[in-house]
Design a protein. Structure first.
Length: 461
């Protein structure tokens, strides 16, 4: 741990007093000279501490009057404040910000999406040109449930998987994350418990923190949670929801076996728990059994989006569930966002799906990713970074680092080299994945591998 400087002690002391309300919004701080005398530090140290706190917006400098606690200090805190305190490298918000805010030139082996040139850009451009000719789509709100044509297309795709679902049981949302947020708003109350996999997609943990409910976890193995362990946790903890990726699980790449996919909904139903099955990666590995199909959307809610296969810019997700839940979720989305995704986006997606180009795009994408996984796995293994299992599809590998290598420390070193990693404990509710990394094979260049190797050796840039 880095040594705390005198300036840092002054800053933390003021932050602590604000957090405990011994200093409140509008209160005047002691003068620089008074603070220096009280704390036994130089006035220059206090000036530097005050300046940093002003830059953070925690205090405000008023000319000829002194320093005062900012009114922002009394503002409600965001979901990060309710999440477990963790080092920055293993904080889900930190990883999201680094992946989203780093420059386009940065290497991003830790991000969770494909490079732009792997996506069907020409088909999207054509679709957008076509829909932009309709002036109404450029200016009007959409319907409350979303584009009926796209909902019918989603229902037909479900039918090909063995899931019978009327389009009226599908609600379009503004993203897959918003779909989960709406479900949490509808079905959870403060103090409820949510079951997550360990490891799991890190944004599930962020959403749970935002809703101020308790998270418990069950180990996720290559073919899903062990049913006996799953039932034991459900019986003991009584969670209201179980949120999971069943197909190409994020981050492990595993998928539910048919036996597990059949057993988990029955266990959930016996204990009054609803399953939220996030099948955002379904198109990367068609044919994998889903709990929604086996359950018939009785106690399983299925969600997904098009951000991984088509475009993250055309924000659109969906929820498939019981009719009464869809009705309530539709009203909730209307109340919180005045409707679903913009018609311009849903109409463009619908046009791409309707053409044969999307099928060909996914076929080629699956082949390309298979080649990338097969090429990357031995290169990583030669570095001592060993992929755990062979995913049946997708673009990520869940890798174990050599003994003694901490993935959070490695992420810090790589960030200094402009390389963004996703260390294991980002995904682990129990913080038991210190020696793991999730690697995106489509985003890992030769340069990124070189920087990763240099960082593992502890060399500074």
């Amino acid at each position: 741990m880095a040594e705390v400087t005198q300036t840092g002690r002054v800053i933390e002391g003021i932050r602590s007093r604000i957090a405990t309300r011994s200093l409140c919004a509008g209160d005047r701080l002691p003068s620089v000279r008074r603070s220096a005398a009280d704390l036994g530090v130089s006035p220059a140290t206090v000036v530097e501490a005050y300046d940093r706190l002003v830059a953070e917006g925690l205090i405000a400098a008023v000319p000829r009057s002194g320093f005062f606690v900012s009114h922002l200090a009394g503002a409600p805190q965001g979901p990060a404040a309710h999440a477990p305190l963790r080092e920055h490298e293993i904080d889900p918000f930190w990883v999201s910000r680094q992946s989203l805010d780093s420059s386009q030139s940065s290497d991003k082996p830790g991000c969770g999406w494909l490079p732009p040139d792997w996506m069907p850009q020409r088909a999207l451009q054509k679709a957008l040109r076509e829909v932009s000719r309709d002036g109404d789509l450029l200016t009007l709100y959409g319907t409350t449930a979303g584009d009926p044509v796209l909902r019918r297309q989603i229902a037909l795709r479900f039918a090909a998987e063995g899931l019978e679902c009327d389009p009226d049981r599908i609600l379009l949302t503004q993203s897959g994350s918003q779909a989960i947020d709406l479900i949490c708003r509808l079905l959870l109350a403060p103090g409820d418990t949510v079951l997550l996999d360990d490891p799991c997609y890190f944004n599930y943990q962020a959403l749970i923190a935002a809703h101020k409910v308790r998270a418990v976890s069950v180990p996720f193995l290559r073919s899903g949670p062990d049913p006996a362990a799953f039932e034991a946790v459900v019986a003991a903890q009584r969670p209201r929801l179980y949120i999971t990726n069943s197909n190409l699980h994020n981050p492990t790449g595993g998928s539910l076996s048919l036996t597990t996919a059949h057993r988990l909904p029955g266990i959930a139903a016996a204990h009054g728990m609803v399953i939220v099955e996030d099948d955002i990666f379904a198109d990367f590995a068609p044919g994998v059994p889903t709990m929604a199909a086996l359950d018939g959307l009785s106690g399983v809610i299925r969600i997904g989006s098009f951000s991984k296969t088509l475009s993250a810019a055309l924000r659109c997700g969906y929820i498939a569930a019981r009719p009464e839940w869809i009705d309530a979720l539709t009203d909730l989305q209307l109340a919180t966002g005045f409707g679903g995704p913009p018609p311009l986006a849903t109409s463009a997606i619908s046009r791409v799906l309707a053409g044969g180009g999307f099928r060909r795009h996914m076929e080629e994408l699956r082949r390309r990713l298979a080649r990338a996984r097969q090429a990357m796995a031995p290169r990583l293994t030669a570095m001592g970074i060993v992929p755990q299992g062979e995913p049946v599809g997708g673009f990520t590998l869940w890798c174990r680092l050599p003994d003694g290598v901490d993935s959070a420390l490695l992420a810090r070193r790589c960030l200094a080299r402009d390389v963004v990693l996703a260390p294991g404990n980002v995904f682990s509710p129990s913080q038991s994945a210190t020696s793991f990394l999730r690697i995106n094979v489509a985003q890992t260049s030769d340069h990124a591998l070189l920087q990763l190797a240099l960082s593992m050796r502890g060399e500074t840039p």
